[in-house]
Design a protein around this ligand. Sequence first.
Ligand SMILES: Cc1ncc(COP(=O)(O)O)c(C=O)c1O
Length: 286
Amino acid sequence: MTFIATFEAVVHAGGRVVVVDVDEDDACLDPARAAAAVGPNTRFLLPVHLYGQMADMRALGSLAAKHDLTIIEDACQAHGAARDGLGAGGAGAAAAFSFYPSKNLGAMGDAGALVLDDEDAAATARALREHGQTSTYHSDQVGMTSRLDTLQALVLLRKLPLLERWNAERAQAASFYAEALQGVGDLRLPARVAGARHVWHVYQVRTREPEALGAYLAGRGIGTKRHYPEPPHLSSAFAGLGHPAGSFPVAETIASETLSLPLFPGITEGQLAAVVDAVVDFFARG
Ligand SMILES: Cc1ncc(COP(=O)(O)O)c(C=O)c1O
């Protein structure tokens, strides 16, 4: 259960995607299922900290240690998240952060960062992002153009000190929804994972009628989105993996039920209450 970019990254790195279903509660890579999927050629684990909720990195760390695997975190939705004393981006050998404008820390265009805890790997990454150059016009390997634009860096530097406050505002909004939407219709609200700091990139609810609820809210001037109605293994792009519908039932159920409600730093109580009222009205109309 992720944005398709996670799968693409594996392919672009020359790897083979081995798909593993997610956990019912946190919607992140399920450590038990991951353990069952490890084979003789497995080299990496690629957990996604989905919606701002960190995967169970303690369990995944033990699994990685047991099989000598390298963990690369997809922390693209999890700036500032933590779980069991580990921070997103600090729990694996490497992590990717996206600064796409809608992210908790967003640039004004495309941008991202790679976090590494190894100097040699960092030097390789720095070279790869700039055509493999280790010094001007000298390249040891085939790289790419993947520099962080200076203008975007300036925007990010100004926004970075605000991240904690914005994450706190997101958490406040999530608490408002959690209280006000408890027991409304067939809604299933995001699980609170003990020992976790969720940063609420997305406030995702589940219902058997996500499309109808989304359309109803749109009629009241309230925007929603679905993250993600098509899990990557069911996309045409990854049909070659050979996973028909039914292969990963937890992810597929989430995909069929998911709806994300408005949540952003600065959202007012009035706006949150308007969303709640509209959701309540939707389920009350029978
Ligand atoms: C989970 C996840 N992984 C990867 C990406 C890719 O990030 P970008 O679009 O900045 O390349 C995104 C967001 O776009 C994402 O949400």
